[in-house]
Design a protein around this ligand. Structure first.
Ligand code: SAH
Length: 355
């Protein structure tokens, strides 16, 4: 049975499904889902991420988190957590870069939030020297200081899409005809969660909501507010988005979101505004949303690239220069990707994200 067969059968039985249900099935179906069955990263995979482009990304993230930990009096023990760690590359770079920070490794309890059995295996291999623990949900995070990073995690969470129609909204749904999936629309009605968006939208606009992000953020912000810590949330998106940002990637190429269920990565832009609101509601502070290029430049990525370049020549040097550009240049990831920091009311914001 293919995932398309499964989805068509489900739609025939229950009626059209939300884009969020479609995304969740495509990404996380236990035996046919995209993340559950493969390692999608790298040149042979479907997409690549900042830590897979260069070790510099994780090193600088690690130093920013370690500086927060020192500024807060080196609490021990603490949770060093990553949401959706992919191949474990980012966490490995964080840990390598912080080896010289006295006490950091002894106090860190490396904790990974991951759903994919395939990727857990890869992470176990990459991080075997650090005895990581896996948890299924942030609600299992221990009650202790939390230093956390999430890179390209929130963009994988399911979103619902709504089209404005007069003063009401109709949900974009996934249905089927003759065994083929297609988009349709649900009935028009009011949407309590969207009442604030009538002011900045017009008829025909499409709005996305990521309900799953809020309880996750609430737990993280709650831990940081009550026990100390910091979080760096890195993702592509903006304060709040307008329009259809649902995107499918297969073999580094864009494809139609309904074309290859379970075979393509599905993501959507992250809206930072609701994440910021959830943070404040927990009594935790957040920084401004800072472009990734600015964040990395402030942390000294150019000096780091120069230091690394001394040992390189020829094509290796070209790769390093290209990686620096790709991570920071406004035409590449530098502006599309944003970073928001979370920190307790009594502490300084994470380095790289100063106001
Ligand atoms: N952070 C990594 C990988 C990003 S890909 C990097 O920067 O390279 C997204 C990651 O999130 C994958 O590890 C995927 O399996 C995981 N993931 C996706 N949805 C998830 C969910 N609902 N809960 C936990 N992990 C999830």
């Amino acid at each position: 049975m293919t995932l398309t067969d499964h989805l068509v059968a489900r739609i025939r039985q229950d009626g059209p499904m939300s884009v969020a249900d479609y995304m969740a099935e495509c990404l996380l179906h236990p035996t046919l889902g995209y993340y559950t069955t493969r390692d999608p990263l790298g040149s042979k995979g479907d997409f690549t991420t900042a830590p897979e482009i260069s070790q510099m990304f994780g090193e600088l993230v690690g130093l920013s988190l370690a500086q927060c930990w020192m500024d807060q009096g080196k609490p021990a023990p603490f949770t060093l957590c990553e949401l959706g760690p992919g191949r474990g590359t980012l966490m490995a770079d964080i840990l390598r870069a912080t080896r010289g920070v006295p006490g950091f490794h002894d106090a860190a309890r490396v904790t990974l939030v991951e759903v994919s059995p395939a990727l857990k295996q890869v992470q176990a291999e990459t991080l075997k020297d650090y005895a990581p623990t896996w948890i299924d949900s942030v609600s299992d995070l221990p009650d202790q200081p939390l230093f956390l990073v999430a890179n390209e995690f929130f963009d994988a969470l399911p979103i619902r899409q709504f089209l404005r129609d007069g003063d009401g909204w109709s949900e974009r749904l996934v249905g089927e005809r003759d065994g083929a999936l297609l988009f349709g629309r649900g009935p028009i009605g009011p949407q309590a969660a969207l009442k604030d968006r009538l002011a900045d939208t017009i008829d025909g606009d499409l709005i996305e909501l990521c309900a799953a992000a809020i309880p996750i953020l609430t737990v993280i912000a709650g831990r940081i507010a009550s026990h100390g810590g910091a979080a760096l949330i890195v993702d592509y998106g903006d304060w709040h988005s307008l329009g259809d940002t649902l995107q499918a990637l297969q073999n580094h190429e864009r494809t139609e979101p309904l074309a290859a269920p379970g075979q393509a990565d599905l993501t959507a832009h992250v809206d930072f505004e609701p994440l910021a609101e959830a943070t404040r509601a927990c009594g935790c502070r957040h920084t401004r949303v800072t472009p990734q290029g600015v964040f990395l430049e402030r942390l000294g990525i150019t000096a780091r690239a120069q230091a690394l370049s001394k040992a390189l020549s020829g094509s290796e040097l070209d790769v390093l220069i290209a990686a620096h550009r790709r991570l920071t240049h406004p035409d590449e990831m530098g502006n599309l990707f944003k970073v928001m920091g979370l920190f307790p009311a009594y502490a300084a914001p994470p380095p790289g994200l100063e106001p």
